[in-house]
Write a protein that binds this ligand. Structure first.
Ligand SMILES: [Zn+2]
Ligand SMILES: [Zn+2]
Length: 196
């Protein structure tokens, strides 16, 4: 989108500089100084566009929705690239805004809440796929069940927020983990229990 605007401006410049001086003055006149018939012409064009839109609303909406879905992956990839490139600045601005703007703060809170809600739903699916209970004692209370990494890796962030969980959600990548409840997991890491 941002590449379209400047090009268009370039094109306009070329047109206006190729006109004869008098025509150029005509063309460069600001809208407000144009004759009233010009204004009403514009107004009626706007009106007929509006009517056209109202008449064909469903078709137009469906079309734009279709276009959106067709380009969705590309758009997402692009905005992700943009974020990666400008990450520091975006984060700093967001922090600043979060501090001073209560509406933004509320929006962010709602977003986070929704995100966590989705992750929790996904976690239920995850636990089911990985056996549904503690592999040591059989406790199946999902509130205390966590994955233990068999390759010795323990994440610093809670599993539900981790990137590896994101990968499982998105691509279904198999994780090298077993499920344990918090008790058995704690004992295992304290060396008071072993996996057979
Ligand atoms: Zn257990
Ligand atoms: Zn562990």
């Amino acid at each position: 989108m941002e590449t379209v605007e400047p090009k268009k401006l370039e094109a306009e410049k070329v047109v206006s500089s190729s006109l004869e001086p008098k025509e150029r003055i005509e063309a460069e006149k600001p809208e407000a100084l144009n004759s009233s018939s010009e204004v009403s012409k514009k107004e009626s064009r706007r009106q007929s566009n509006r009517n056209y839109y109202l008449k064909n609303r469903e078709k137009i909406v469906a079309k734009s929705r279709e276009r959106h879905w067709k380009n969705r992956d590309r758009e997402i990839a692009r905005s992700r690239r943009y974020y990666q490139k400008n990450r520091e600045r975006i984060r700093a601005e967001s922090r600043e805004r979060y501090h001073f703007d209560p509406i933004y703060r509320e929006k962010q809170r709602v977003r986070l809440e929704r995100w966590l809600e989705k992750r929790k739903e996904a976690y239920e699916r995850f636990v089911k796929e990985y056996g549904g209970k503690c592999m040591v004692c059989g406790n199946d209370d999902i509130k205390v069940i966590i994955p233990h990494h068999l390759d010795g890796k323990e994440e610093k962030v809670p599993f539900i927020q981790s990137k590896e969980f994101s990968r499982w959600i998105k691509y279904g990548i198999k994780l090298n983990v077993v499920l344990m409840d918090a008790n058995c997991h704690f004992k295992l890491h304290r060396g008071e229990a072993t996996l057979q």
